[in-house]
Design a protein around this ligand. Sequence first.
Ligand SMILES: [Zn+2]
Length: 283
Amino acid sequence: MYLEQLRWPDGFRCPRCGSTDAWQTGRGLWLCRRCRRQTSVTAGTVFDRSRLPLSLWFRAMWQVTNQKNGTSASTVQRLLGLGSYQTAWAWLHKLRRAMVRPGRDRLAGVVEADESDVGGGKPGKRGRGAQGKALVLLAVQLQPGKKIGRIRMRHVPDASGQSLVPALESMVTVGSEIRTDGWRGYNELESKGYRHIVVRRSAEIGEDLLPVCHRVVGLLKRWLLGTHQGAVRHEHLAYYLDEFTFRFNRRTSASRGMLFYRLAQQAVQVVPAPYPKLVAHNP
Ligand SMILES: [Zn+2]
């Protein structure tokens, strides 16, 4: 079975005791000989306790990965004939949680970082959080020839150093060069072991992003407005950022074909309970 090969590429392993000695008792069910635990191939995965057939899940994953801009809950509901919008919405959210590889590596080398307001409302003063807007911190790895490499994004509560610097530490390897504007929230980067280059003295928010970040944020905003019609709530924004990042970092033709496989593979990785803790986001 495809799912079993994805989940246990080296053969079954008991999630409780780690033993590889087990009976296969039925459809996707394994009985550990050592501790007698019965394990379903979907237990502890994104598909856990789903009453709907896996084939529908795979179609949803296909929609998410096959469309250049992903898909919305209402489209998935319609295409798969799901009874409720909530189910489609919940599925897409569960899949988004599978788009973050546990322990994924951080950016390295030369990185451009900036923050931008996302969502409705008017631009406001930096560090206070503009009204009705969410603040997104973006880090873009620069490749030779000013090409855009991989990205990382984080929804941060404000633009203070206490928010920005730890977020960058989680996204960029120590020792890397980080280029920012002159905003004081980045002042502590040097003391945290980064080479901090201020490439622009001014420190305004919104329209005046550093060039590479500006391009990526433009794509992000267009995606949020287009595919999701601007309906993303702040408490869910982090997961949408994960989806955007997942797709953006695999945007070359060579890696696009891997999207479906990667998503399926990550969706069945064993996730220790409680589930939401693993994918803890701030805020
Ligand atoms: Zn066991």
